[in-house]
Design a protein around this ligand. Structure first.
Ligand code: NAP
Ligand code: HSE
Length: 436
């Protein structure tokens, strides 16, 4: 049987998962693919660190230098699972220049430098696979690239960061504090080594950039997105949203309109009865709307060693099959085109909003707040002042607002925070009811 040599760079949460399942299900893979996926070399930062590797993996050469893996003549597919930006970029470029197929799960790198990586892939005629970069074990990249190839994508709505969904779920259902829920997510291997990007929305934004770029044919820049994270959300917001019939989720939204493509990630109130409201824990879900297929929904584990390994190994199977058949696969990588025009500036994005203000509990306050919103063209669709949250001379005012552009909202919030009757900073979340 033909054997394809695999070089694994990184033996952390995902790399160890890949190793475990490549060895554990080797016979199954051989039967299904008619070839053998053989890990022959691996690179780590610290070779002395104890690791959980399968017994059969003793044949794998482990080195402290990723260049050894790229240069190893037995290696035909290089898997980049070291994370980070600079070394990972150098590694991928070195592999492509050496004519070795690349598999990566590095969403931060693809979001920042995807255009350069795919340009090099095109120049070298060597494919880059990246299923594990978006939504863990859910095969969304393959679906967008292959299964839905005939569709114009009208929208994507997704919960694509397992860590923040885990934290929001634990805060909602178990009443946990933010810090305790984050510590749990770290123990489970869902959070990044530095969880800042998980909680400030940027990990989800990186995935939104990859999906939007793939769907709309031009690589979005981070500055094209409007991004906020769950570090904005308090237990009070979760409670108020529940009282009003909503759930709070970190929602990535991508849309194509006549004016261009828009992408954003925001903590968002969604109807409690909507299917995405029941996506809890580390699970991810993505709702795709195409002009031919209509609505399609994907659900699965969005993080962790095994689900992500499942995505990496699916790429390895495609890469190895293409190598054996002697061709570049039909749909690998990213091919730029200009069918959808520019990315809309974030200030142009429109949505409904939830606004929470701490205000002086005196007559006339609601009028002043409504006046500032009205002066910016923003209507109020409902207002709530929960009496149990009145404290002495202070009250909480919760307003559900009509649709407005982000630039309008920013102006209105600045004016509201300058009013003498408004205390502290305003809390602004988005509201999505999933109309057309
Ligand atoms: P991790 O647990 O931190 O593992 C990183 C691995 O890379 C470690 O084995 C580390 O070596 C090695 N490494 C780091 N820098 C290196 C260098 N310069 N040269 C050689 N080896 C190096 O990370 P992870 O969670 O597995 O994530 C890996 C990648 O997959 C990241 O891009 C991440 O964003 C992405 N991803 C992760 C998940 C997830 O659920 N964790 C899901 C999807 C995608 P040592 O072990 O010696 O420190
Ligand atoms: N930290 C990421 C998450 C890993 O929690 O979703 C998967 O990309």
């Amino acid at each position: 049987m033909t054997s394809i040599g695999i070089g694994l760079c990184g033996l952390g949460t995902v790399g160890q998962g890949v190793c475990e399942h490549l060895f554990g299900n080797r016979a199954l893979l051989q039967q299904r693919l008619g070839l053998d996926l053989a890990v022959v070399a691996a690179a780590v930062r610290d070779v002395a660190k104890p690791r959980r590797l399968p017994a059969d993996a003793t044949t794998v050469r482990i080195t402290g230098e990723w260049r050894d893996v790229v240069d190893d003549p037995r290696v035909r597919v290089v898997v980049e699972l070291i994370g980070g930006l600079d070394d990972a970029f150098d590694l991928i470029l070195a592999a492509l220049k050496a004519g070795k197929t690349v598999v990566t799960g590095n969403k931060a790198l693809l979001a920042e430098r995807g255009a350069e990586i795919f340009a090099e892939s095109e120049r070298q005629g060597v494919p880059v696979f990246f299923e594990a970069s978006t939504a863990g074990g859910i095969p969304i990249i393959k679906a967008v690239r292959e299964a839905f190839v005939v569709n114009h994508f009208l929208s994507f709505h997704g919960i694509v960061n397992g860590t923040s969904n885990y934290i929001l779920s634990r805060m909602t259902d178990a009443g946990l504090e933010f810090a305790d829920a984050l510590a749990e997510a770290q123990r489970e291997g869902y959070a990044e080594a530095d969880p800042t990007l998980d909680v400030n929305g940027w990990d989800a934004a990186h995935k939104a950039i990859i999906l939007a770029s793939l769907a709309y044919g031009s690589w979005l820049r981070p500055a094209d997105l409007s991004v906020a994270g769950i570090d904005l959300v308090s237990a009070d917001d979760i409670r108020f949203a529940r009282q009003l019939g909503w759930r709070v989720k970190l929602l990535a939204s991508i849309r194509a309109r006549d004016a261009g493509v828009s992408a954003s990630v925001w903590p968002t109130l969604i109807p409690a009865g909507h299917v995405l409201a029941s996506v809890n824990g580390v699970f991810n879900a993505i709702m795709v709307r195409g002009d031919v297929v209509g609505d399609a929904l994907f659900y699965g584990r969005g993080a962790g060693g095994s689900p992500t390994a499942s995505a990496v190994i699916s790429d390895l199977a495609d890469a190895a099959t293409a190598l054996v058949s002697g061709g570049v696969p039909r749909c690998s990588g990213f091919r730029p085109h200009a069918l959808y025009g520019r990315a809309l500036p974030p200030g142009e994005l429109e949505s409904r909003h939830y606004l929470r203000l701490a205000v002086d509990d005196v007559p006339g306050v609601l009028g002043q707040v409504a006046g500032a919103l009205g002066a910016n063209g923003i209507g109020i669709s409902s207002a709530l002042q929960p009496e149990e949250h009145d404290s002495g001379d202070r009250a909480q005012l919760i307003l559900m607002l009509d649709r407005a552009k982000e630039s309008q909202m920013q102006r209105a919030v600045a004016e509201l925070e300058a009013l003498p009757c408004v205390r502290g900073t305003a809390k602004l979340l988005r509201v999505e009811s999933f109309g057309s």
